[in-house]
Design a protein around this ligand. Structure first.
Ligand code: IMP
Length: 435
């Protein structure tokens, strides 16, 4: 039987999933995004060209493949147009693209609400939380509804009424200054005529760019019945999951394995889950981060790893690898293997630390706690490993890695009980070692 695969972030996102998906996509027929929205930031590097992807699946650069934006994804049609146009401009080679009619649409008021209220969590301000909130409270607008212009117009007027009141209340509650209010451009952003035209035209443009709007769940059901295989591309990561992450410092969807089922409407039988682990740890946005290095070592990691957000440009918080959370991600997702990325960034550190347990009060535990306070107070217990000085970015085989780098990989394997099957040593498509 053919094996479907899932690529899932094990940390707080930005593990380099795009590169792993880009590599694995060659072995699959269909590549599917199942949750999240344009808050994601995957960069695929092909030769001299860099392709930053936000909503498009990372398989989009393979001409013979099909890419799917599934039922559980939320879509901003305006930014999707720009993203797709950029790809069309830069390359003739791209995959077939299907967009779920069930997907929820990010409206201007979602972005405005997120912009006003998302500061505590440190969101990407792309309207993610409010769009999922409205979906759950049955106030959302789905792709198929926008395609019916008259119905869309009617629903929009009704939605605008309460959203205008809600935004006024938020402005008051968050005590926005006149300058901040001006920046929101509420008049034009909430003008029904402009919204209807912008959204309707954006969907038309997507159609002319070749996007097919359809029941993606039905298509995927057929795919799994044939001898074809799917690659499920997780965006964000386990610790950002709305249920299993560091609530409330999380995103509003399920990047974990369960998200695949609710976000695609299928249940692939033979599914192998690959957890992507950055060789150190980063977090963008607020929330607990036990191994954070708010010092020169953290800064060295940030500069060497170019740890600045793809979506927002924010500097990422950096720290040592934390195996407590990797083992937690293993359990939550039933991981079968690991892909380690950005190992090359660790070249040049005299010693490298890895957290193997936490001390919380006087207790030592290897379980990731549930309570936010415990996560914040956890003191990581480290194992110190020897570093290496060699540049490993040109290594093609595992045996070409310095002994200390091999020890690092094998230490991760022994502490997680999972095989490391892929090792990233640079941003290019071919800078990947198959172990
Ligand atoms: P939201 O998804 O924009 O609502 O943001 C919620 C939290 O998830 C914030 O801490 C964001 O920084 C984080 N986040 C969302 N998407 C990503 C991503 O793709 N990589 C890393 N962090 C992300």
């Amino acid at each position: 039987m053919h094996t479907h695969q899932a690529v899932i972030g094990t940390q707080w996102g930005d593990e380099g999933k795009g590169k792993v998906v880009d590599y694995l996509a060659a072995q699959h027929d269909v590549i599917i995004r199942y949750q999240g929205g344009p808050n994601a930031g995957h960069t695929v590097v092909l030769g001299k060209k860099k392709f930053p992807l936000h909503l498009l699946p990372s398989g989009i650069l393979y001409p013979a493949k099909t890419c799917v934006i599934g039922d559980g994804v939320i879509v901003n049609p305006v930014t999707l147009v720009s993203e797709l146009e950029r790809i069309v401009d830069q390359t003739k080679h791209r995959a077939r693209l299907l967009l779920s009619l069930r997907a929820q649409v990010i409206m201007p008021w979602h972005e405005i609400r997120d912009g006003i209220a998302g500061g505590v969590v440190g969101t990407t301000k792309k309207g993610i939380g409010p769009t999922y909130t409205d979906a759950v409270s049955r106030e959302g607008i789905r792709v198929y509804e926008v395609l019916d212009k008259k119905g869309f117009q009617k629903k929009l007027i009704q939605q605008l009424k309460w959203n205008t009141l809600l935004i006024q209340a938020l402005v008051k509650y968050h005590e926005l200054t006149q300058t901040e209010i001006k920046k929101l451009k509420l008049k034009s952003q909430l003008d029904p005529k402009i919204i209807v035209e912008t959204y309707f035209q954006a969907f038309k443009r997507l159609e002319t760019l070749g996007v097919e709007f359809c029941d993606t769940s039905a298509v995927l059901n057929q795919v799994t019945k044939k001898n074809q295989t799917c690659l499920f591309e997780g965006a964000q990561a386990t610790l950002l999951d709305i249920t299993y992450g560091d609530y409330p410092f999380v995103t509003s969807s399920h990047p974990t394995i369960g998200g695949i089922y609710i976000g695609t409407g299928i249940r692939p039988v033979n599914l192998e889950a690959i957890g992507v682990v950055k060789a150190y740890a980063t977090r963008v946005g607020n929330g607990p981060f036990a191994t954070e290095l708010d010092n020169g070592i953290g800064e060295k990691l940030r500069q060497a790893g170019q740890e600045f957000g793809t979506t927002t440009g924010r500097p990422r918080r950096c720290g040592w690898l934390d195996l407590v959370i990797i083992n937690y991600a293993k359990r939550i997702n039933g991981l079968n293997a690991l892909a380690i990325t950005k190992l090359d960034i660790l070249s040049g550190f005299e010693t490298i630390r890895v957290a193997v347990a936490y001390q919380i009060d006087s207790e030592i535990t290897q379980e990731y706690p549930i309570s936010l306070t415990q996560k914040q107070e956890a003191v990581p217990l480290y194992r110190e490993l020897e570093g290496w000085t060699e540049d490993i970015s040109q290594a093609k085989k595992y045996s070409e890695l310095p002994k200390a780098a091999q020890t690092y990989i094998e230490f991760i394997e022994s502490q997680t009980g999972l095989p490391v099957t892929l090792i990233g040593v640079g941003p290019e498509r071919n800078q990947l070692i198959v172990k």
